[in-house]
Design a protein around this ligand. Sequence first.
Ligand code: ADP
Ligand code: MG
Length: 408
Amino acid sequence: MKVNNEIAINWDRFDWQAFQKVQSILFNLVEKQGLREIRLDFSRLKQAFPNGLVPLIVLLERYRQSSGVNFEVVLPMEEICRRYVMDSNYAAYLCAGEHYPVTNKANALHRFFDDSSLNELINSQIHQILERATYAQGVLQSFEWMLNEVAGNVLVHSGVEHGWMQVVVHPKTRHMAIVVADGGIGIPTAIREAFPHQVMDEDAIAHALKEGITSRPDFGQGKGLTGTLQIVKINQGGRLSIHSQKGRVEWANDRLDIKGDFPPFPGTFVDIQLNTAVPIEIERALWGDAPAYPFNDALYGMDTAVGVMRMKLVGEAAGFGNRLTGLKIRNKIENLLAAAPNDVLEIDFTGVDLMASSFADEVFGKLALVLGFVGFGSRIRFVNINRFCRGILDDVVQSRIIQSHAKK
Ligand SMILES: Nc1ncnc2c1ncn2[C@@H]1O[C@H](COP(=O)(O)OP(=O)(O)O)[C@@H](O)[C@H]1O
Ligand SMILES: [Mg+2]
């Protein structure tokens, strides 16, 4: 391959700014010079960010499909960065056809094609984020609501057959990033179909963010983007950034910034950042009088009476023996209880014949400490539990309560 077909990435970080530089060079090589063989050399890269690599993946896919360009991508040499690029599925999607594995790991980039693959993906994301950290009241409902709205938009508005999604949780900094992208027609083009006077791309995006604005009144209600912005606004430290075609609209530091963007992004890129330690009153965000959004009714509220959630323990893990699994399940239980503060949680032991004491202590012993005697007794209910598991449970919970009592 000739040297002039090569783009060497010489920056330590690959973020949106870096993406745009590469995009300009690619525009020149592909569209002006007509080149069809291009090498992208990331060997010197130290840090890859979703807001750099996800848009690049969308762009490369575009060039491959519409102009038949072949890309050779050289992965980073630096060990941690290289591993991140592999584990995030970036390697698989950047180097199409080179058979890097696509994983279903938490934090990785995923594709969705239709409503059923989107539902499946959102449910698996919820399972994964429930296990990894705890969240302030309303954060999980907001997360689920926004992800459904923004990713759902790809299916109904983008005009392409798949979208991209990545969710990254940082438990230490109490921060979460949600990225949704597509290589479709873009928000400005969609908006202009119904509002032709919106000639500037950035103004068209800002228009789409207003309540009740939809380009498909037969289909939508124009609540998705506006609600997303409201949620981000009431979450101190929350940010929203939307890039689409030649427009960029960003909410950060208590202000909305509306600007042109060049080169244009061929599709829609939405980046949401939440502070997971700050409670979000989702009903207030979504116009005050909206009914409370039942957090993941499909996963934990199906077939139960109102006010009762049910967790089937067998569905949560492959075994019930160790503290690490126990910690994940306890995180999930704490999140479910916080998400629906007036509900009872039924823990269904069907199919669980045996559980280790360390596991039981990690989940239920420590939960009893967090909730207190009365809280534990009134909010958690055990169903279909056998005598052995009940004995273990009694033992670890009593020990924990006695221990905490002795400390006092
Ligand atoms: N991924 C997308 N691709 C193209 N257009 C989009 C996309 N997301 C949103 N839009 C545009 O923004 C408008 C507002 O979106 P939204 O607030 O979710 O309302 P609704 O989906 O009910 O129309 C849509 O009607 C559409 O014109
Ligand atoms: Mg919508």
